[in-house]
Design a protein around this ligand. Structure first.
Ligand code: GLC
Length: 458
């Protein structure tokens, strides 16, 4: 036992060293953290940039340690970047969209500039949707934990929130309350067949809707009406996700016996899901007492894959009911080897193979089955698991997951991800000294020591 504590302290110290070295400065001010410390083995050039989503665990560690300045600087920096005009391939990116990442460059006069990437430099040219949502969620956590409401009340912050709300709530071709987005616009930023209504985006969207009325002043009539739309959407989204994304044995039985081609307002199978689309693995894999939110739902489409982050965030933001939350935790208890194995946490389950992998990923060699985003294991997902488990009263599972991670992360030099069904192999193209791998462990440890920190979440 003592040995284990000693090991944990060693790991946390080493993680802090990485965090310290990762801090990015602009004109002497700390404004963010890079994705991975620079080394010859970096998988892509932009890992030396600060990614909005990767900064979240860094920010939470800084806030818990009372280093609030860097978080404030980050929130301001991202805001400034947002307002600059962006043209990608001849069309302008919507105001409100926030960058995936940014870097500091020095021009020929020696002046430092912060340069954003809205996807126009990223592989595949994907614009992120999660950044703007994480930005609002982080702003709320910052306000809650520092009491500095003034920051959120500033005009430019209010304007940004209005633009984001407008972007997410404006009329579109949609008929459901879920948000329609393109593939690769989330933590999974390569083609993985998650276009449509991926659960990760729905849970972040819900997180934003849940807190927006406490942050957004809505002074004009137009603003008030925007806020009202947000409130209505919040409730509609909650009901929709709890019903249509939920899968347990009862629900699977229902879908298995669904009638199709129903017409009219009384139809039951309103999305016209064909029972034939249920993959064979589902019934064998899903334990009687467990359940989860499926990856994606749309017209005649249910993506039965399990995606970890969307499920964790749904529990954290109370998008799931209490019963659903505990059933998701039960899934971890009963399918530990599949979803955690040798390294927490499997990003999605199961991996796509063969023709499905070819068609849905475009034969992406980085996302081959059980690697990287196609069923790889990501230590960065440890902290949201710990938060979700603690919220559900399953601290035992949180401890077990942290113990599994701690012994290997330090020895393996903080890899970005692991490969294989059980996550036993260091990712083939994994970076080392990946910052959110390190901060995720620090944050998980902090949450276990002081679950009170959870109160700052939306
Ligand atoms: C990869 C991940 C993405 C992350 C980035 C930097 O592209 O898929 O989620 O933000 O690396 O770590």
């Amino acid at each position: 036992m003592e040995m284990r504590t000693k090991y944990k302290t060693l790991a946390i110290d080493s993680a802090y060293e990485i965090l310290e070295q990762s801090i990015m400065f602009h004109n002497g001010k700390p404004i963010g953290t890079v994705a991975a410390l620079n080394s010859e083995q970096l998988a892509a050039a932009n890992y030396t940039e600060c990614f909005v989503r990767d900064f979240i665990p860094s920010a939470l560690v800084f806030l818990a340690d009372g280093r609030t300045d860097i978080v404030k600087n980050f929130l301001e920096t991202v805001l400034t970047l947002k307002t600059s005009r962006r043209l990608v391939a001849g069309h302008e990116i919507q105001p409100g969209v926030m960058p995936a990442s940014f870097r500091v460059v020095t021009d020929e006069n020696g002046t430092e500039q912060v340069q954003a990437d809205f996807g126009e430099r990223a592989i595949g040219r994907v614009a992120p949707v999660d950044s703007m949502m994480w930005w609002i969620i982080l702003l709320n956590i910052y306000v809650q934990s520092t009491g500095d409401r003034e920051l959120a009340m500033r005009k430019e912050f209010q304007d940004a929130m209005a633009q984001i709300l407008y972007l997410c709530l404006k009329d579109s071709f949609e008929v459901s309350p879920a948000l329609l987005v393109p593939d690769a616009c989330t933590m999974i930023d390569r083609r993985m067949g998650i276009y449509g209504h991926p659960i990760e985006i729905q849970s972040l969207f819900y997180g934003v809707l849940r807190i927006i009325h406490s942050l957004y002043k809505a002074e004009s009539e137009e603003d008030k009406s925007l806020l009202n739309t947000a409130i209505v959407r919040e409730k509609a989204l909650l009901n929709y996700v709890r019903i249509f994304y939920w899968l347990d044995l009862d629900r699977l039985n229902e879908i298995h016996r669904y009638t199709n081609e129903e017409f009219g307002i009384d139809s039951i199978n309103i999305l016209n899901i064909y029972p034939e689309s249920i993959p064979n693995w589902v019934a064998d894999w899903l334990p009687d007492e467990a359940g989860y939110l499926v990856g994606n739902v749309g017209a005649s489409r249910m993506d039965f894959r399990y995606f970890a982050l969307g499920n964790f965030l749904s529990i954290m933001f109370e998008l799931t009911s209490d019963v659903q939350a505990s059933r998701i935790m039960k899934l971890y208890e009963l399918r530990w080897n599949n979803l955690i194995g040798a390294m927490p946490m499997k990003i999605c389950y199961p991996a796509m193979e063969g023709l499905e992998w070819q068609v849905r990923t475009g034969s992406d060699p980085k996302n081959v089955p059980w690697s990287y985003q196609n069923g790889g294991n990501w230590p960065a997902l440890l902290w949201p698991f710990v938060a979700a488990a603690l919220k559900t009263g399953r601290g035992d599972l949180a401890e077990r997951a942290v113990d599994t991670a701690v012994t290997r992360l330090v020895d393996n030099d903080w890899p970005e991800y692991y490969d294989g069904r059980a996550g036993k192999l260091i990712g083939r193209r994994s970076n080392f000294k990946q910052v959110w791998t390190a901060t995720s462990l620090i944050l998980s440890h902090k949450l276990l020591e002081n679950p009170g920190l959870l109160k700052f979440l939306p």
